[in-house]
Design a binder for this molecule. Structure first.
Ligand SMILES: NC(=O)c1ccc[n+]([C@@H]2O[C@H](COP(=O)([O-])OP(=O)(O)OC[C@H]3O[C@@H](n4cnc5c(N)ncnc54)[C@H](OP(=O)(O)O)[C@@H]3O)[C@@H](O)[C@H]2O)c1
Length: 299
């Protein structure tokens, strides 16, 4: 299949590019510099040139604090552009694959969220993503909307300035105090696994809304501890509460996604612990000088 990949040099985009090409698919990568997803004309132009069977849209405005300050831009990128892509895909007969977020939920359920649970976002980012997915459902015939959670990638997040794993390791190296919230529970997800699961999901042809994150759950604090343990870094993070750091942005305290629909198709995804260990191995292969020796951080 021929794939147009939007947001090709982001965290997820970089892994989708590698995974789809390795599997033998022809991928036309489009970076933000090459194509603003908000430009209908540019999207039509690239779609006409590329003639894709599948459009993978990873483009998003997902800095949650910035979304609060600039809701117009959040809606333009996460909602209107998604709707326009859905219409363009329907016109050309392409399948649209769009990524959404665990932040569509408010966290009050305190049990894994099913695809059938009603969204109730707490912030502008979440509202813009729910709206985008809704407009895709209305405007596209053949689509996958994939909600995911806590992404980290070797490529690093251009949108957020690095990923959580790298930020933790950097802080440990600098010896600064590491405070991490233990009252937000999620599932960290390695984009390599998400990219591969996305590829297998597309091949089923069973369109619709899916939850796709690693298996398992942990708090950010537990994740930080596992990062240090797995990397052999002697750092002791300090558990803190969300309320210790007042923020204008509300975040769900629990955003674990149940993968009921994925399993019903006979598909699986590895656990977050397994993924973290492979990420750290991959990272040290890419950069043998990356911290493997224990360092000491104050706590
Ligand atoms: N990161 C997470 O923890 C997380 C969690 C749940 C869901 N998601 C969703 O997963 C998807 C991928 O996230 P990610 O972490 O891979 O993000 P990312 O690393 O920031 O990648 C997003 C890519 O989209 C590009 N982009 C942004 N605005 C664009 C625009 N207007 N037109 C064209 N391209 C644009 C970015 O380019 P520039 O950087 O050059 O602007 C970047 O290459 C998003 O839909 C996000 O909402 C992410």
């Amino acid at each position: 299949m021929k794939v147009l990949l939007i947001g090709a040099n982001g965290q997820l985009g970089s892994d989708l590019l590698r995974v789809f090409r390795t599997a033998g698919h022809a991928v036309v990568p489009a970076t933000h510099a090459q194509m603003d997803v908000c430009s209908e004309d540019r999207v039509s132009e690239i779609m006409a040139e590329a003639k894709p069977d599948v459009v993978l849209n990873t483009a998003a405005f997902h800095k949650v604090e910035e979304c609060e300050k600039n809701p117009a831009l959040a809606f333009q990128v996460n909602c209107t552009a998604a709707m326009n892509l859905a219409k363009a895909c329907r016109r050309s007969g392409a399948v649209l694959v769009h990524f959404s977020t665990d932040y569509v939920f408010d966290g009050q359920k305190n049990a894994p969220y099913e695809e059938t649970d009603l969204p109730s976002p707490l912030n502008v980012y979440g509202v813009s993503k729910v709206s985008g997915a809704h407009l895709i459902a209305v405007n596209a015939d053949r689509y996958f909307v994939i909600r995911t959670c806590g992404l980290y990638a070797i490529a690093g997040s251009s949108g957020k300035g690095g990923n959580f794993v790298e930020n933790m390791l950097k802080k440990a190296m600098s010896g600064e105090e590491i405070c991490v919230v233990d009252d937000q529970v999620l599932t960290p997800t390695y984009t390599t696994d998400l990219a591969e699961a996305t590829r297998r999901l597309i091949l089923t042809g069973k369109f619709g809304l899916y939850h796709l994150s690693s298996e398992g759950r942990c708090s950010w604090y537990e994740f930080a501890r596992s990062i240090f343990e797995c990397a052999g870094v002697d750092a002791q993070p300090k558990a803190v509460k969300t309320g210790d750091f007042p923020s204008p942005v509300k975040r769900p305290s629990y955003s674990v996604l149940s993968k009921t629909r994925l399993r019903a198709l006979g598909l699986t995804i590895p656990s977050w612990q397994d993924a973290l260990s492979r990420y750290l191995q991959e990272r040290s292969k890419k950069n043998p000088l990356a911290s493997t020796a224990p360092v000491h951080a104050s706590s």
